[in-house]
Design a protein around this ligand. Structure first.
Ligand code: ZN
Length: 345
């Protein structure tokens, strides 16, 4: 919502375009000129304006068609510690950390705008996350004809571009949110470690190098070195991102834990502790109300005391003399006995 407001404010500002803003847009266009803008709508849509954000490394670029995108200045973004700490251009997992050191639940902002995502390849995955023939499979396999372009899923900095054992030609990209994406078995690598890439940029061509039985893209998603099923994040069949805010549970890093489709995964699987507490309270309230209603509807008796009359009892129990007579098979003229039990409801 804050982002929308920011953009709304920006749009108002965009109405008053000054020469200075034009120059600003020009210099930004120049700064990003060397980067490929892969998404087709971005290619055909010229910039309308650029706006500053609270973060000096990030600008909002407004397009003439009314869409916007957050653009990071690579020169500034790469200064962020996420791109310097545990930075290794050789080691597949440079984090000296066990997955169980990760918190039970945490959230990762996946993209600023959906334009900052590109499905590496839209297809039905062939081999899923988890153990396969007794061997741990840390990613997902996407059938892919050799020579097909492989696209970076998100903006980021190339950490590894190398031939790495079973992976064959491997590209690993680290993203500003700490996620890393792996692209294995490539026939050709088009980026070098240290390169900044935008989502959708071609980083190489699909192939079958390394331990591979046929052309496919081996795609992994990792956080601090721990792999989780990429299907938590991406629907490869639809080519879409499942969540802009990925709520991660520690059990995702269990090598046997595959993505599970749930009709209400937003409500159930991704529910926060606070939401769980509220839901539990609401359930308790409903149960209490149901119990009260059941009690109200339950059969109740009154034991006649000295001085009781049918009309007095009817008043006490919010019923009628006629109803009392019907329930107890008596007449209005029946004499009540002390100690007699009368059904009142
Ligand atoms: Zn694989």
């Amino acid at each position: 919502m804050r982002k929308l407001l920011l953009v709304a404010a920006g749009l108002a500002a965009a109405l008053a375009v000054s020469a200075q803003e034009d120059r600003q847009a020009d210099s930004l266009r120049h700064a990003f000129g060397r980067q490929k803008l892969p998404s087709s709508n971005r290619k055909s849509t010229p910039y309308a304006d650029t706006l500053d954000t609270g973060n000096t490394a990030v600008k909002v670029v407004l397009y003439n068609n009314g869409t916007y995108r957050y653009v990071k200045d690579p020169a500034k973004v790469v200064e962020d510690s996420v791109f310097t700490a545990n930075w290794d251009t050789k080691a597949v997992n440079p984090y000296r950390m066990e997955p169980d050191q990760l918190p039970d639940r945490f959230s990762i902002w996946v993209v600023d705008t959906l334009d900052s995502f590109c499905c590496p390849y839209q297809t039905q995955p062939r081999s899923h996350f988890g153990y396969r023939h007794g061997r741990r499979h840390q990613g997902i396999d996407l059938p892919y004809p050799t020579g097909t372009p492989v696209h970076a899923a998100f903006d980021g900095k190339v950490r590894i571009s190398d031939y790495v054992g079973g992976y064959g030609n491997l590209v690993v990209i680290r993203h500003a949110n700490g996620l890393e994406t792996f692209y294995g078995h490539l026939s050709r690598r088009d980026v070098q470690s240290g390169d900044w890439v935008n989502a959708g940029e071609i980083i190489g061509l699909g192939g079958s190098t390394g331990r591979s039985t046929g052309p496919h893209l081996h795609f992994e998603t990792r956080y601090k070195g721990a792999a989780f099923d990429p299907s938590w994040l991406i629907d490869f069949e639809k080519g879409t991102l499942r969540h802009r805010l990925l709520k991660v549970r520690s059990w995702y890093f269990n090598p046997n834990q595959r993505y599970v489709q749930s009709v209400d995964d937003e409500d159930e699987i991704f529910r926060t502790d606070e939401e769980d507490r509220i839901a539990a309270e609401e359930k308790a309230k409903k149960e209490a109300a149901a119990r009260a209603a059941a009690e109200a509807a339950a059969i109740r008796y009154h034991t006649v005391r000295s001085g009781d009359t049918l009309s007095g009892i009817a008043r006490k129990y919010h019923t009628s003399v006629r109803q009392l007579c019907r329930l107890n098979g008596i007449k209005e003229t029946t004499i009540l006995r002390v100690g007699q039990r009368l059904r009142v409801h």
